[in-house]
Structures are given as C-alpha cells and as structure tokens.
Design a protein. Sequence first.
Length: 201
Amino acid sequence: MNIIGIDEEGNNFKVINGNIPIFLSAPHAVKQIREGKVKSEDALTGAITEYLCINTGANGIIRTCNSNDDPNYENTGKALRYKKKILKCISEKNISILLDIHGCKDCHGFDIELGTNYGENINNNEEILEILRLEFSKIGKVAVDEKFKASKSTTVSNFINKNSGILCVQIEISKKFRRKNEDLIKLLNTFENVIYRLSTK
C-alpha cells in the first residue's frame, strides 16, 4: 500500500550526490509501517536533508515512498536496501561521517538529541561529539543518549557503523525547530556550520 510518496524504479528512496565526505540520511521523511501500524512522517526532515545537501555539498539519501517498511526499525526488504545503498555510497565516495536526521515531539525536555549508542556509533570520538554538542547548544538544549540512543542493531546509525566503521550519529530534532519560522532558519544555519566543521576534520 503506497500511503504517501513516489516509488522510483523500484526504490523508495532517492540519493543526492555531493562532493564532501559527509552523508545525510532521512529514513522517516515519509510515513512508516511499524508492527503493522502506520506512523507519521518526521515532518520536514526530507526537505531539511535535501536543502543541506544542496547547500553544503554533502551526500544524502531521502526516503520518498512508504513500502510497508521502516529503515530505522528492521533489517529486511526495502528497509535493508536503504541501508545497503548507504554502504555502497560510503565505499564509493570515501564517506567518513553519517548524520541520520529524525524528528521528535517537543515534550522530551530537549531541542536536539544526539544518539551515539553511548559512544559506540562514533567509535568513542569525543571530538566529533563535542563539535555537535557545541554547535547545537547555540540554538537550544542538547541531550546525548537520553531517549533516542540509536542502540538497536536495526537503527540506521548503528547498522552503518557496525558494517562500515564510519562515525554515525542519530540526530533528533524537536518539532519546534521544524516549523516554518525563525527557529527553522536557525536550525539550518547551525547544521551548515556543523557540516562544514565535520567536513574539515
């Protein structure tokens, strides 16, 4: 059942080619099916990812169609195909860092959360974590590994780190920063600074 989006040539995602060693992912840009139930998309995460790729030269992947799958919850079917495409791009483009972009509600007590699986998904690289924490703290409250830890083997960040060795962070953005207002502009500007700093490491 195609709930939303476009299925392009058998793939329910599109890839954006860039020229820096950073890779952005938006697996919940459209609705997901999780344990037989429809879950809402993480609003604007696809648009944010595409905007950042175009403006920074980052590489990226955005889910464009619901195919009864969830790339951040299962390692089978089209969900696995999404991750294998990322692995292929990592190999072909010498990618060093993956930022997996998600959205969350405003009720968790933070504006941005960085999920690193207690450091495992970033190979315990404190310098990279500090760059992310410092930049995002300029616009709001930042949490690390509190609610969305990316600790399960089915999450994009965990799976890609374990199968490629590159540094991977799941970034949860509160709804406040995904509305069409000045907070969204602050978010985009901060993300651009983050990507620039990471790309020069």
